[in-house]
Design a binder for this molecule. Structure first.
Ligand SMILES: [Zn+2]
Length: 248
């Protein structure tokens, strides 16, 4: 390959446009030709200078201001509309971000609550099916309440509501949301009621709520830093009576 042929193909070589036979010819020629090698190095240097962006300039702020002022002077109405439109789109973007954020928070809160509610219903069902409704069986609150001492770092209430038609059956340790909680068991005719009590944390559960899941009614509330969750297959009206008596 002659110097003339090589020079004609050098830019194509630097840009990676030659096939392997062409590239090999260039490479073997520049190994023995200092002139063409120098030419090749120049081309490489130019190529990397362009790629590194050293030739790109940002318009100075003053120039932008001058152009905007010139547009305003020429078309006062158009300029105003343009800037109004820009504000509107900026506002729309902010509204969209806020809406997406709120929806994300709501979704995560509601899915946390769903998990917790499922946990509560499962614990209730397990307790009624596994013949392990109580760890301490007594309708005496002075027996049930002290039983929890040393097992939990809080003291759950163990209100006896026998006279009001909700007999205290006893208490039990249960697990909800991966932690031990107090379960107080009441009975109304043939229906069992579990009252789960644990210190309130940010579990995603609403402060006050009534809901029905898988045929079970749930009422929960918070009071003095504790969360209470009452669950039973008992109808909602009677379960509400029970909740009201427990909260009094
Ligand atoms: Zn040469």
């Amino acid at each position: 390959m002659t110097c003339r042929e090589t020079k004609n193909l050098l830019t194509a070589y630097v840009d990676g446009e030659l096939d392997s036979a062409g590239s090999l010819s260039i490479e073997s020629h520049v190994q023995g030709c200092a002139l063409c090698l120098a030419e090749l190095e120049n081309l490489h240097a130019l190529s990397s200078a362009i790629q590194n962006g050293g030739l790109r300039f940002k318009a100075p702020h003053r120039l932008k201001k001058n152009i905007a002022a010139a547009i305003r002077a020429e078309h006062p109405k158009a300029a105003r509309t343009f800037s109004g439109w820009r504000w509107a789109s900026a506002l729309a973007a902010v509204v969209l971000i806020v809406a997406v954020w709120t929806a994300a928070i709501r979704w995560s809160t509601s899915s946390e609550e769903t998990l917790l509610v499922n946990d509560i219903v499962s614990s209730h069902v397990r307790s009624t099916m596994a013949n392990h409704i109580t760890d301490v069986a007594s309708s005496d609150s002075h027996t049930v309440k002290p039983w929890f001492a040393g097992k939990l770092d809080y003291s759950p209430p163990a209100k006896d509501l026998t006279e009001q038609g909700f007999r205290l059956v006893g208490g039990r340790l249960d697990y909800i949301d991966n932690r031990p909680v107090a379960a107080l068991v009441y009975q109304r005719s043939q229906h069992l009621i579990n009252l789960f009590v644990w210190p309130s944390t940010n579990t995603g559960i609403k402060a006050e709520d009534e809901l029905t899941r898988q045929g079970y009614n749930l009422i929960h509330w918070t009071k003095s830093g504790m969360t209470y969750s009452l669950v039973s297959e008992l109808n909602l009206t009677e379960l509400r009576d029970c909740a009201r008596l427990l909260r009094e």
